[in-house]
Structures are given as C-alpha cells and as structure tokens.
Design a protein around this ligand. Structure first.
Ligand code: NAP
Ligand code: F7E
Length: 351
C-alpha cells in the first residue's frame, strides 16, 4: 500500500503552541493547515520562518482565514482540508483579560470548541472520514483545588477563561461518549518559551529585565509575586499533544513538570541570569492583580509518563536561561536601532 501523507488542521496556528506544533508536524512529514484570523496588521510572526510561498512547487503548510466564532467557515475549511487530525489551540488565552472580556472569551473558548466539534461531527457523518480531535484544556480548570493536581482532581475554575475551558473539556468528552468520536483533552500546565506572548508573566519578566539591563526601560510593573505555577517548555508540550492522538484509545491527560515555582522565583532566576538587582527595578501595579487568583498549580503527569512515554526535557533553570538569552539579544537589536534613531513606541506595555 502507498504512503498516505497525514493532514493536520490547527486552530491557533499563529500562537506560541501553534508555531511549535507546526514545526513538529512538518518534521514528521505532515501536510499542515492552519486557521488564521484576518487582522489589520500581520499576525503570522511566529510561523513566518516556516511559511512557504504557495507559488512554490512543493508546499506543505497552508493557511486559511477563519475564526472560532464563525461556524460555517469552520465547516467549510474542514470539508476542504479533510484532516486526519484537528488540534484546537485557538483561544482568548489571557486569564486577566478574560475578566475584561468575559462574554467574548466564553464565546471563543467554550462555544468555539462546540462549533468545531459540531463541524467535525457533520464532516465525519457526510464523508465517513475519521478525524482525531485534540482539545487544548488548561490547568486553570483546577483553579482553587489544592495541589498536586491530576486527571482525577475536581475542577474549581477561578476566571471566565477557566470556566470556558471547563465547558470545552465537557463538550469534548461528551462528544466522545455520545458519538464515539476520537476526542482527547490535554490538560496542560503553564508552558513557556521565547515565543511566549509578551503579556504573560514569564515573557514579560525576561523581556523587561533585558531591556532594563541595556538601559531601554527603567521599571517592571507586576501584580501578585506569590502565585505558584508548574512551568514547562512549550517545545516539550506539543510532543505530548501529538502523542495523545497516536494512541489506540482516546483519553484525557495532564501534562506538567511536577515542580512548582513562584513568580518571585522566576524573577530571581531571570535577574540572576542577567546579573541585575530585581528588587531595585520591580514595582507593584494593582491593575495586574486578578479578582480571583489561582494560588498554586503543581501537576502530576504520571499517566502521560506511563501511557505516552512522555517526560519534560527542559528544566526550569534552562527555560528561564533560554528566554532571558533570547530577550537579551532582542534588546541588543532594539538598542542598536534606537541608537540609530528608530522609535519603538509600543514596547513596555503589558497585562
Ligand atoms: P496564544 O499564544 O495566546 O495563541 C492563541 C491562538 O489563538 C492565536 O493563534 C490566536 O490568534 C488564536 N485565536 C484567538 N482568538 C481566536 C478566535 N476567535 N478564532 C480563532 N483563533 C483565535 O496561546 P498558546 O499559549 O499558544 O496556547 C494554545 C492553547 O492552549 C490555547 O487554547 C490556550 O488557552 C491553551 N493553553 C495554554 C497554556 C500555556 O501555558 N501556554 C496552558 C494550557 C492551555 P492571533 O494570533 O490572531 O491572536
Ligand atoms: O500569570 C501572576 C498572575 O498570565 C501567571 C495562560 O497561558 O497559563 C497561562 O495563564 C501568574 C498569575 O499565566 C503579573 O497573577 C503577577 O498568578 O503568565 P500568566 P496564567 O494566568 O497562569 C494557563 C495554564 C493558561 O491556560 C493560560 O492560557 O503570574 N502575575 N504579575 C502576572 N501575570 C501577568 N500576566 N502579568 C503580570 O504583570
């Protein structure tokens, strides 16, 4: 029998995880299709290095305009692409912003998941093609449930974002049970990288401390330094997503490092790497506090280790070093351009 090239469809391909997953799937010889949102400025910065000109002869990355709030568009893309695997990574993924935009966040995170599941159900029914579905769930669903958290820990969401993800989890499981669909929920704990959005705390810290080091910024304004998170490396975590869809049975998995560190610990580690006195430059801004906070997350990923053979490779210290080094280089480039008269007005913002 001839070799069949697998096709994957990714929502959220322009995000941190979308970029790493695309690299992984292309390296495994998949044909990758991604859904991008129309925006007034370019939003493909994280995948530009792997995007190929469609005019070239051999292309295996394709982008389609679409949105998780647009059901007919999702169905049209599915019917066109006929994917073997769908990874639903698209989301308004910022927890604090979800308090400002709760209805929109729920629409994308909860209803968006339902819309894509419905589109897959229709597509499967009318074409007979089996589609394997990965849902990007989150440790935020555990919220106020005390650590350690695993697949059996009760959900206690603490933000509109987390409530939306709990709904997405249940839609995904219900469609598996009701229609026999190959659906998995990946419950991933925080994962970071040099591609992390600049308003999440880790990247905000490495970006700001690097700029402070080079005299491009004076202070770093933050909220709660006591919150504890189980921080891993995004490049490791997309491997787990792929592995979940290669199993014989669809099941839900926690993906985590099994270590927890506070925001203050991250600050100290980054400042040590950059040889800075963080206490002299960090100030509290109450705007960055959340109406309800998640105090401590610490995942137990034993099931992923036993069933998938998955384990994290990058340590906390290596992760902080990798991000600080990357952002120091960005700051150096910015300084060169600033010295030459260029004006970077939007930097220094953050949620
Ligand atoms: P991210 O960097 O914020 O990327 C989110 C992606 O979703 C972007 O491509 C974004 O497009 C897209 N998107 C936003 N609204 C959309 C809409 N209405 N329709 C279609 N696409 C939309 O997030 P990430 O860190 O890569 O995370 C990937 C997924 O895993 C998300 O669902 C997130 O909630 C979840 N998650 C993340 C973590 C983590 O620690 N990173 C942990 C657990 C779960 P634009 O580029 O156009 O904005
Ligand atoms: O906050 C505290 C903040 O925004 C981490 C998303 O990917 O991971 C992410 O959600 C902690 C919180 O990530 C600032 O209060 C202090 O306790 O980096 P974060 P998050 O809320 O954990 C989960 C797993 C997801 O699913 C989400 O999509 O840091 N913190 N000061 C701050 N956080 C931010 N953003 N900015 C501050 O100034």
């Amino acid at each position: 029998m001839g070799y069949i090239m697998k096709r994957a469809l990714i929502t959220g391909i322009t995000g941190q995880d979308g970029a790493y997953l695309t690299e992984l799937l292309l390296s495994k010889k998949y044909e990758v299709h991604g859904i991008i949102r129309r925006a007034s400025s370019f939003n493909t910065g994280r995948i530009d290095h792997i995007y190929q000109d469609p005019h070239e002869a051999k292309v295996n990355l394709f982008l389609h305009y679409g949105d998780l709030t647009d059901a007919t568009g999702l169905l049209r893309i599915l019917n066109e692409v006929k994917p073997h695997e769908v990874y639903n990574l698209g989301a308004q993924s910022h927890v604090r912003v979800s308090f400002d935009q709760p209805e929109y966040t729920a629409d994308v995170v909860a209803m968006g998941t339902l819309r894509i599941l419905e589109a897959i159900r229709d597509h499967q029914q009318f074409t007979g093609n089996e589609v394997r579905f990965y849902q990007a769930c989150s440790s935020e669903m555990f919220g106020a449930s005390p650590p350690p958290q695993d697949e059996n820990t009760p959900f206690y969401p603490r933000s509109p974002y987390a409530v939306g993800k709990v709904a997405g989890f249940h839609f995904t499981r219900n469609y598996r049970e009701a229609y026999g669909m190959f659906n998995v929920n990946g419950i991933l704990f925080n994962h970071e990288s040099p591609k992390r959005g600049e308003t999440f705390v880790t990247r905000k810290i490495t970006r700001a401390l690097s700029r402070i080091k080079l005299g491009l910024q004076d202070y770093l304004y933050l909220g709660n330094l006591d919150a504890k998170r189980d921080w891993g490396y995004a490049g490791d975590y997309v491997e787990a997503m792929w592995l979940m869809l290669q199993q014989d049975k669809p099941e839900d998995y926690v993906v985590a490092t099994g270590e927890t560190w506070s925001v203050r610990d991250f600050l100290i580690e980054a400042a040590t790497y950059l040889e800075l006195d963080w206490e002299a430059v960090v100030k509290l801004d109450e705007r960055f506090l959340r109406p309800t906070e998640v105090r401590e997350l610490l995942g137990d990923a034993s099931k992923a280790k036993n069933n998938l053979g998955w384990e994290p490779k990058v340590s906390f210290k290596e992760l902080v070093g990798m991000m600080a080094e990357h952002d120091l280089e960005l700051a150096r480039q910015e300084k060169t351009l600033t010295d030459a008269g260029h004006n970077f007005t939007q930097l220094g913002r953050g949620e």
